[in-house]
Design a protein around this ligand. Structure first.
Ligand code: G1P
Length: 295
């Protein structure tokens, strides 16, 4: 089985959780320190060997498209000034892999967004990365997931263990047995379950390696949780009957993860990333210690 080379990144969401900041700006363009959230995600994909990136976009995402395109006027201005450092920062986003776009045609759920990638992906396995999850730079999660995919032939989901009180925010897995190292076979999924009916504390986070047969399963789905076409429902069908799309395996992720789609988590992510930076960390950390005495 070949290693996937294509990454699908759905970005058609409206970003209502960050209004009014996202009234005229895509939520994916909100900065974490000085880089848009989405650039961290694209960099992770490229670092993991995924050279073709497909954004599933919607209305009013021009700023995102412009960010990954060249900015001629700005670049020549910086060249004239001899500001190579800033020029490199501007060009970094343009030089990341081959970027492609397709419009989702309405925000009808994650399954619907993934289905829009069908003709781009063809008959190969592919990765899906959700923009709200930002993983620490050293994370090799996607590479590990691709290894597991190659070894098992199954679709692969990334898991974190969360407190029961938080499981309603995620897809939760019903394990088919115990962990074998960092992997576990999935028997079933429940999308955004209430704590008392969640099949486990293992939550699906926004990294997937999917078999192309899932497209046909998604295409036949009725709307599920939240009246949306859910990727989780297609994964459930394959997990329950592995003869359909090869079954599903989970890989546990123990590294640092930032949920940039949640206001409080977004603020924490900004502070944590800045506090690790050589140019900002020392002063910020001194200030944080002082500030913590005030509150
Ligand atoms: C989606 C999936 C959910 C998963 C989550 C991870 O939900 O449907 O199963 O746990 O991403 O971020 P969303 O956050 O898009 O509502």
């Amino acid at each position: 089985m070949r290693l996937p080379t294509k990454a699908v990144i759905p970005v058609a969401g409206l970003g209502t959780r960050f209004l009014p900041a996202t009234k005229a700006m895509p939520k994916e363009m909100l900065p974490l320190v000085d880089k848009p959230v989405i650039q961290y995600v694209v960099e992770e994909a490229v670092r993991s060997g995924l050279s073709d990136i497909l954004f599933i976009t919607g209305r009013d995402k021009y700023a995102l498209e412009n960010h990954f395109d060249s900015a001629e006027a700005l670049e020549s201005r910086l060249e004239e000034k001899g500001d190579d450092e800033k020029l490199a920062l501007v060009q970094d986003a343009t030089n990341l892999g081959n970027i492609h776009y397709v419009r989702q045609g309405g925000a009808k759920g994650l399954g619907h967004a993934v289905l829009a990638a069908k003709s781009f992906v063809g008959h190969e396995s592919f990765a899906v990365l959700l923009g709200d999850d930002v993983l620490e730079e050293s994370s090799a999660l996607l590479e590990r997931m691709m290894q597991v995919h190659q070894a098992t032939g199954s679709s692969v989901v990334a898991l974190v263990e969360v407190p029961k009180s938080e499981i309603h925010k995620y897809g939760s897995i019903k394990p088919a047995g115990d962990f074998d190292g960092d992997t576990i076979k999935v028997a079933d999924f429940v999308e955004k379950p209430k704590a008392d009916v969640a099949p486990s504390n293992y939550a699906v986070i926004g990294r997937y390696i999917l078999r192309p047969e899932l497209f046909d399963i998604i295409a036949k789905l009725e709307p599920g949780a939240g009246d949306e076409i859910q990727l989780t429902d297609a994964l459930s069908i394959s997990a329950r009957d592995a003869s359909l799309a090869g079954g599903v395996v989970g890989v546990i992720f123990n590294g640092e993860r930032y949920d940039a789609g949640d206001k409080l988590e977004y603020i924490k992510a900004t502070v944590r990333l800045a506090s690790k930076r050589a140019d900002l960390g020392p002063e910020l950390n001194t200030w944080l210690k002082e500030f913590s005495k005030e509150i």
